[in-house]
Design a protein around this ligand. Structure first.
Ligand code: NAG
Ligand code: NAG
Ligand code: NAG
Ligand code: NAG
Ligand code: NAG
Length: 355
């Protein structure tokens, strides 16, 4: 089965028999819940797992002990083997004042597993804090998966000094007035978002602070979000995970026999080492597109179907060929470089091109 509802499941992801996926890439399609089928990474207590913990009273970020903990499988939104990425749903952390000193908080924590193929993408995600006075911080656990989360990594501060008029939607960006953002560190497999406790002077009108790790450019700050009373995006927000082939070593040297289990098995594919060390990803060669992890997966790109990326200049008529494309002109010259009609001044060229 290579579809779950309308989400496609390209190898190395797969479900069912062990040979239908590479280690760590097992997924489960849950059709039992109402609505459309949902795709999950196979659950493992030590990762991939998503943990929600809630506190009903005062919270201190230094030592989070939860009154209730719930563990779930990580849900996927889509998979791209061309980019070696998968998007997952991730819930937003929140802390909502119940009175001037007390909060009801919900923390979201994800452990992708130390030995697994997944990492939080540092380039494609961002830490966001939303609130009138909130220091949102990313946390990672040191070892045990559980309720205790340490090692505060980047954080960001949004402070309106008790004055909502300072908050503006702007163009959706997070500048520190009602919303803040920070860049993420590399090579993270366990992550959550917490808050440094700060006084909420506006707790009656604006009780909630929110924190999320989310795909860059996805969240557009709106002053309206400062008035939320419960969850922001209850279904979760998209977070981009990178995947790689783990624990089979790095790319074998050129020309050498490929080791057993080598994953880049398509023709016209290549192996690329990642920054983490003991892993690699497969990519189709230039001019090819598709799935490098299956035999015959990388196919010659038909550039003529993608005129935005592969244009022909005026007069040239696109013609696909192996590993490229041509733009022959009626006059027999090459339109790819913009020389279909030579020796004309530019305006004349445009007119000729239209006919
Ligand atoms: C599918 O979802 C239902 C309801 O959410 C849940 O009870 C069940 O355990 C899930 N099944 C699997 C295989 O994850
Ligand atoms: C806030 O609520 C908590 C528990 O709900 C209570 O113990 C505390 O006294 C309250 N504080 C104020 C100032 O009302
Ligand atoms: C869960 O993950 C651990 C560590 O990666 C692994 O040793 C174990 O076999 C996994 N359990 C299952 C049921 O897959
Ligand atoms: C935020 O704006 C961008 C760019 O207009 C858009 O692609 C994105 O879907 C928006 N996000 C949401 C949650 O609507
Ligand atoms: C690369 O793709 C071309 C076109 O599909 C094919 O003819 C060629 O055999 C492929 N190369 C390898 C090494 O599979």
């Amino acid at each position: 089965q290579d579809m779950c509802g309308n989400i496609s499941i390209p190898f190395p992801f797969g479900m069912g028999k062990p040979r239908c996926f590479l280690p760590g890439f097992e997924v489960i399609c849950n059709t039992s819940s109402s609505g459309r089928p949902r795709l999950f990474l196979a659950y493992n207590e030590s990762g991939p797992v998503q943990v929600v913990s809630a506190l009903n009273h005062r919270f201190t970020a230094r030592n989070v002990t939860a009154s209730f903990v719930m563990k779930n499988a990580v849900e996927l939104m889509d998979i791209s083997v061309a980019h070696n990425e998968a998007r997952a749903y991730r819930a937003v952390s929140s802390a909502c004042s119940t009175n001037s000193t007390h909060f009801r908080a919900k923390f979201q924590y994800t452990n992708l597993g130390d030995e697994g193929p997944f990492l939080l993408s540092a380039m494609r995600n961002v830490l966001i804090g939303v609130g009138s006075n909130v220091e949102s911080m990313m946390m990672t656990s040191t070892g045990e998966t559980g309720n205790e989360m340490k090692a505060y990594m980047p954080s960001c501060l949004s402070n309106l000094m008790g004055k909502l008029k300072y908050a503006t939607d702007g163009n959706g960006t997070c500048s520190g007035l009602g919303c803040c953002q920070a860049a993420l560190p590399l090579n993270v497999t366990e992550f959550g978002v917490s808050f440094m406790p700060r006084l909420n002077l506006l707790w009656q009108t604006n009780p909630c602070f929110y924190g999320m790790l989310v795909e860059k450019s996805w969240y557009n700050f709106s002053v309206h979000d400062l008035y939320g009373r419960e969850l922001l995006y209850p279904r979760g927000v998209p977070v981009v995970l990178e995947f790689a082939i783990r624990n089979l070593g790095s790319c074998p040297p050129e020309g050498q026999q490929k080791p057993q289990g080598y994953a880049c098995i398509s023709g016209n594919s290549t192996c690329v080492n990642t920054t983490r060390g003991d892993d690699y990803v497969c990519k189709c060669l230039e001019h090819y597109d598709g799935n490098p992890y299956i035999i015959g997966g990388c196919l010659d790109i038909d550039e003529c179907k993608l005129p935005d990326s592969y244009p022909c200049w005026n007069g040239g008529i696109c013609s696909n060929r192996l590993e490229g494309y041509d733009c022959p002109c009626k006059s027999g010259m090459n339109g790819k470089t913009g020389h279909c009609v030579e020796n004309f001044p530019l305006p004349a060229k445009v007119i000729v091109g239209k006919h």
